[in-house]
Design a protein around this ligand. Structure first.
Ligand SMILES: Cc1ncc(COP(=O)(O)O)c(C=O)c1O
Length: 416
């Protein structure tokens, strides 16, 4: 079957059995092929059509698609066992936990593996309530932590929340980056403050310098925990191993996901300082997951973390990110009537347009030229660029050039 025929069949199956809205949107974007395989920075269609992946999951493929070391490690693990017995101890999970702990900031030592970012956030929230015995959480407006009930209660954007209300009680949302709002909101009933070090799905919002340190101090003063959600920012993406390294802040709990599974397995985790792990003392089964921490996923974690360290992926993200940001800032200067702002850190770059219509036209223009990207979930007027660290400078130059072309097309169409 050729690419177009497979696209039509797949789109009709989406229409009939999966998600009609996504099928319609894909047609609107002008796509006429499906994904078939992937390698490095590229996703390929069935006939070998190559798409440069500047969305990356989002943020999942920091070491690229199907890194050979991770593929080999997983093949080897498949010959042994994929899922655990849950009775015998699992040496692969233990090794993965040790490796995560070694990379985590400060004295973070204990790790619980799960299957997604939202689950990691759920675990972190539960741990904070149980450890502190307090009911409340303080989060940031516009934040994104996932779409399960707890994670959604902590997140922003009504369009994703309102249909599911009532959400969990006890969540207060303050403006991101506003220290005095945090001071007001955190009290002696606050179990934890939950923040992203950089708000990713809210349009790549970088808080003022010192914000995380202040959040740390406010938590300490009030006996509340600080949870940092590094699911998207972590593991090198922003040019450092953790975005919170920039302010040398150690959270009590950190949440991980996305790149943790090496772009090969769905893995999330929450990790904490030793004191917080008293939650498992009385009952080691107080928080469990059938598939979380399985040997196949954990083998991918071990291998991915080795790649991240050995190939110095954080430095690569920093270098390539500088090149991308500089290029996009030039485009923004040239198209100041179309682009409101370009911002970012490492390979986490957001391009803000005056509204989401222009952003969608630019995304469609990029897709026409076989460059994949998307808007940020809580701020659809921002187009994000999150390619793998293995992207070359020449590929970045092409992205910048095509972006300018797409912006020209959008401006002409909308007569801006
Ligand atoms: C910061 C952050 N936290 C949590 C999540 C939720 O992760 P998942 O989609 O794996 O549940 C995301 C996903 O985009 C995220 O960016």
């Amino acid at each position: 079957m050729n690419s177009k025929a497979l696209f039509d069949l797949t789109a009709s199956r989406y229409m009939q059995h999966a998600n009609p809205g996504i099928a319609t949107l894909t047609r609107f974007m002008g796509l006429e092929t499906v994904e078939h395989r992937a390698k490095g920075c590229y996703v390929y269609g069935p006939e070998g059509e190559a798409y440069l992946d500047c969305l990356g999951g989002p943020g999942v493929f920091t070491i690229g698609h199907r890194h050979p070391a991770v593929v080999e490690a997983m093949h080897n693990q498949l010959e042994l066992m994929a899922l655990g017995s849950h009775i015998l101890l699992d040496p692969v999970m233990a090794e993965a936990a040790e490796k995560v702990a070694a990379l985590c900031p400060g004295d973070i030592q204990y790790v619980f593996f799960c299957n997604s970012g939202a689950e990691a956030v759920e675990g972190a929230l539960k741990a904070a309530r149980m450890h502190t015995g307090r009911p409340d959480f303080v989060c940031a407006q516009g934040g994104f932590h996932g779409k399960t009930f707890g994670a959604l209660s902590a997140s922003g954007r009504d369009v994703y929340k309102t249909p599911f209300e009532p959400l969990l009680a006890g969540f207060t949302h303050v403006p991101f980056g506003d220290e005095s709002a945090l001071v007001q909101a955190v009290t002696d009933t606050t179990a934890a403050v939950l923040l992203e070090p950089i708000q990713c799905e809210n349009g790549i919002i970088i808080p003022p310098a010192g914000y995380l340190q202040t959040a740390r101090e406010i938590c300490d003063r009030n006996g509340a925990l600080l949870i940092l959600d590094e699911i998207q920012t972590g593991l090198g993406r922003t040019g450092r191993m953790w975005a919170c390294d920039e302010e040398e802040v150690t959270p009590d709990i950190i949440t991980l996901g996305k790149a943790l599974g090496g772009g090969m397995m769905p893995v999330g985790a929450f990790a904490a300082r030793p004191a917080v792990w008293d939650i498992f003392e009385e009952n080691p089964y107080v928080h469990t997951s059938t598939f979380g921490g399985n040997p196949l996923a954990c083998r991918a974690v071990v291998s991915a973390l080795e790649v991240i360290v050995d190939e110095d992926i954080a430095t690569l993200c920093a270098r390539r990110g500088e090149h991308l940001l500089a290029g996009m800032q030039q485009v923004a200067a040239e198209f100041s009537h179309v682009i409101a702002q370009v911002r970012g850190k490492g390979l986490l770059v957001g391009v803000e347009f005056p509204d989401s219509d222009i952003a969608n036209l630019v995304i469609a223009g990029l897709i026409q030229e076989k460059i994949l990207t998307a808007f940020t979930l809580n701020q659809p007027k921002v187009v994000r660029l999150e390619p793998p660290a293995v992207i070359t400078e020449a590929e970045i130059d092409r992205v910048v050039q095509v972006f300018a072309q797409a912006a020209t097309g959008a401006a002409e169409l909308l007569q801006l």
